[in-house]
Ligand binder design. Structure first.
Ligand SMILES: NC(=O)c1ccc[n+]([C@@H]2O[C@H](COP(=O)([O-])OP(=O)(O)OC[C@H]3O[C@@H](n4cnc5c(N)ncnc54)[C@H](O)[C@@H]3O)[C@@H](O)[C@H]2O)c1
Ligand SMILES: CC(C)[C@H](C(=O)O)[C@@H](O)C(=O)O
Ligand SMILES: [Mg+2]
Length: 412
């Protein structure tokens, strides 16, 4: 997406080129699952996706290419969208900061100009017992975290120095007004398409950067009188997230606060494995599940692929403008879950295998990554016949399944 191109009508595209960066741990497992779903849904809609696999993260380091090879960045910049699994793991934890896999991801985000990270959080019907929260608290959760992605502590000056014989380490949080304005405008526009509630999450009682965020958001709020704009300190917001999630619509956060709150919010969705994300703002969007490489379950076929699959749906909707393809994937995921299929992480809350089965509730069936993907693939054709408009109407009617995220226009 280019800033400001959001709502411009574009010619329908029938083919797309997507770069896949599997990365490390469960990254390659979930990216392959997502690529299969995107390819199949596109084919069912009469379109075509071509994939290029590119190196990134620890596996690229091991091949002597560094954490984010220039060839990968160039491939991404020349693509129609990028799908990334996750990078990092214990094997690379002792490398100097700038050489770690995670530094490569930051480099890619910056190269793609992806300043707005969108993390939708909803509890799918049927997953009420997957969250450790009481169903009456979590039910109906439908919020979006808009996380600033190219500033703050992640990109500020950091280092160490000797101070009177002691080791002093520092990280710096800096924000420029323009960096705040561009992501805040995006969040206001998003709120407008949803329940018209925007909450700026900050620490303005302590941090000067937060005070600038408040000033900028307060001044922009005048341009969006139809959006209710509130302010909440990050510490109390962390509580509110699990106390009354339905009261929240769009949460606007600086980089670090957004990172932390999104993993907390994953509890509302039943598992970290459920959350998808889109990072947009530059010529091409970067789509990745919110979770990491999950070293504890990597290579065992246990990973929940849904966060990655829903990220592929976001790619279809936001970069390719294939709303029908996106809706097809989202509907197939919802149907698979409603029929009781769960990966292991989704029975970690209060659900147990074989539970349900009475009173119209399907029995819970615990499956691995491949089987979950196969079940979703099998259901795609059920949602294939709709036109994009029909599909959009259906999903909006079901609690805003497409999260009200505005189309971003793609790169052409
Ligand atoms: N975008 C990214 O590339 C990204 C994001 C977060 C963490 N990381 C990296 O991942 C590594 C591990 O980090 P961590 O352990 O703090 O976080 P993590 O998200 O990898 O795992 C946290 C917990 O959630 C579980 N989990 C995560 N995704 C899952 C899925 N799809 N299905 C089932 N269970 C899942 C894991 O098994 C683990 O118990 C670190 O090196 C970290 O830097 C990368
Ligand atoms: C791996 C790390 C750099 C990354 C982040 O902090 O942005 C991850 O935690 C995420 O949430 O995408
Ligand atoms: Mg994170």
């Amino acid at each position: 997406m280019r800033q400001g191109e959001g709502m411009r009508a574009r010619p329908e595209r029938s083919a797309a080129h997507v770069v896949l960066i599997g990365g490390d741990g469960i990254g390659p497992e979930v990216v392959e699952a997502a690529a299969q779903c995107l390819e199949e849904a596109a084919n069912l809609a009469g379109r075509e996706v071509r994939f290029t696999r590119a190196a990134g993260g620890g596996e690229a380091i091991d091949r002597g290419l560094g954490p984010m090879p220039d060839a990968t960045i160039q491939a991404c910049l020349h693509s129609d969208g990028v799908l990334l699994g996750a990078v990092g793991g214990p094997r690379w934890d002792r490398l100097p900061g700038a050489l770690r896999p995670e530094a490569g991801l930051l480099e890619l985000r910056r190269a793609l100009g992806a300043f707005a990270n969108i993390r939708p959080v909803r509890l799918f019907e049927g997953l009420e017992d997957a969250t450790p929260l009481r169903p009456e608290v979590a039910r109906g959760t439908d919020l979006v975290i808009v996380r600033e992605l190219l500033g703050g502590l992640y990109y500020g000056a950091r280092g160490r120095r000797d101070q009177d014989g002691r080791i002093l380490a520092f990280d710096t949080m800096e924000y420029a007004d323009v960096e705040i304005d561009r992501v805040a405008r995006f969040a206001f526009e998003l709120a407008r398409k949803r329940r018209r509630k925007l909450c700026l999450v900050d620490k303005a009682n302590i941090l000067e950067t937060s005070r600038l965020w408040r000033e900028r958001v307060e001044s922009l709020a005048g341009e969006y009188p139809d959006v209710e704009c509130t302010y909440q300190y990050v510490d109390s917001c962390a509580m509110k997230l699990v106390q009354s999630p339905r009261s929240l619509d769009v949460l606007l956060c600086e980089n670090t606060f957004g990172d932390i709150l999104s993993d907390e919010a994953a509890v509302l969705a039943g598992s970290l494995g459920m959350l998808a994300s889109a990072s947009i703002g530059g010529p091409v969007g970067l789509y990745e599940p919110v979770h990491g490489t999950a070293p504890d379950i990597a290579g065992q076929g246990l990973a929940n692929p849904i966060g990655a699959i829903l990220s592929a749906a976001l790619l279809a909707r936001l970069d390719l403008q294939w709303d029908d393809v996106a809706a097809m994937i989202e509907e197939a995921v919802a149907a698979t879950l409603q029929e009781g299929f769960r990966t292991r992480d989704l029975v970690a809350g209060r659900a147990t295998e074989g539970a349900g089965g009475g009173a119209g509730t399907p029995a819970v069936r615990v499956v691995g990554t491949r089987e979950m993907t196969a079940q979703i693939l099998e259901r795609l054709p059920l949602f294939a016949s709709r036109t994009g408009d029909d599909a959009r109407r259906t999903t909006r009617g079901d609690g805003g399944r497409d999260h009200g995220i505005p189309g971003t226009g793609g790169r052409r």
